[in-house]
Design a protein. Structure first.
Length: 228
């Protein structure tokens, strides 16, 4: 049976010679994996693989069989076109980083309208920001925690939990900046240098590791650090 749903692309892997398996967080079904055939073929003139780049927002017509690991997409088209993210190396790096984080923590197939709306609105915020988005990924991680059940409310909360497991984070030094990020809207200007931003990011990732088993290494983190 076919269903119509919106979806947020988290990434894809190559499958066989010309196909891919794409992971999409859908509004109707939660996290799903789909086989998309013939998108890597030289004969494909439509460049359909561009539809499956990280954080692309899609309108989908999909087959959905419960308890089936891989399903198929009947039709896919852009729900909200991007005019900034694909052409701004900093925004692209942020998207790669955040989709990798989401891939590690979103494992189950279940509908979560609040989480879907959060992801959609956050992506659109990044797309529309013309300045002060160098801290976007930090704010995203603090807000995402609330969607996942361990809401970060203040710097001290992070510091105490990390201290308990032996991770040294001088949360008192960073309390002002981190609390501004937690409380402020996307795009708020928070003055930090490269090292301060990296140390806060490391602490946030370590905090996520406390809550998600096998969270592991974020491979795109190196690229993000270099760009910012």
């Amino acid at each position: 049976m076919l269903y119509k749903t919106k979806g947020i692309v988290l990434g894809f892997i190559r499958y066989k010679e010309t196909s891919i398996i794409v992971r999409i967080y859908t509004e109707m079904f939660g996290l799903k994996s789909y086989i998309v055939n013939s998108v890597r073929s030289l004969k494909n003139k439509n460049n359909k693989i561009a539809l499956y780049q990280p954080f692309t927002l899609l309108e989908l017509l999909v087959y959905n069989k419960p308890q089936t690991e891989l399903n198929y997409i009947s039709e896919a088209k852009i729900y909200q076109p991007f005019h900034a993210i694909p052409f701004d190396i900093k925004k692209t790096a942020v998207c790669l980083f955040l989709t990798e984080v989401l891939t590690k923590i979103l494992k189950t197939e279940e509908t979560n309208q609040e989480l879907f709306d959060f992801l959609l609105n956050s992506i659109l915020s990044l797309e529309n920001m013309s300045e002060n988005f160098e801290n976007f990924h930090l704010q995203f991680l603090t807000r995402l925690s609330g969607m996942l059940g361990f809401f970060i409310t203040e710097a001290e909360e992070i510091g105490k939990q990390l201290e308990y497991v032996g991770y040294l984070f001088d949360y008192k030094h960073y309390a002002g900046n981190l609390n501004e990020l937690i409380m402020g809207e996307y795009g708020i200007k928070v003055s930090m240098n490269h090292q301060e931003r990296n140390e806060i990011l490391e602490a946030l990732l370590k905090f996520y590791q406390l809550h998600f088993e096998n969270f592991g290494e974020i491979k795109s983190l190196k690229v993000l650090r270099e760009i910012f």
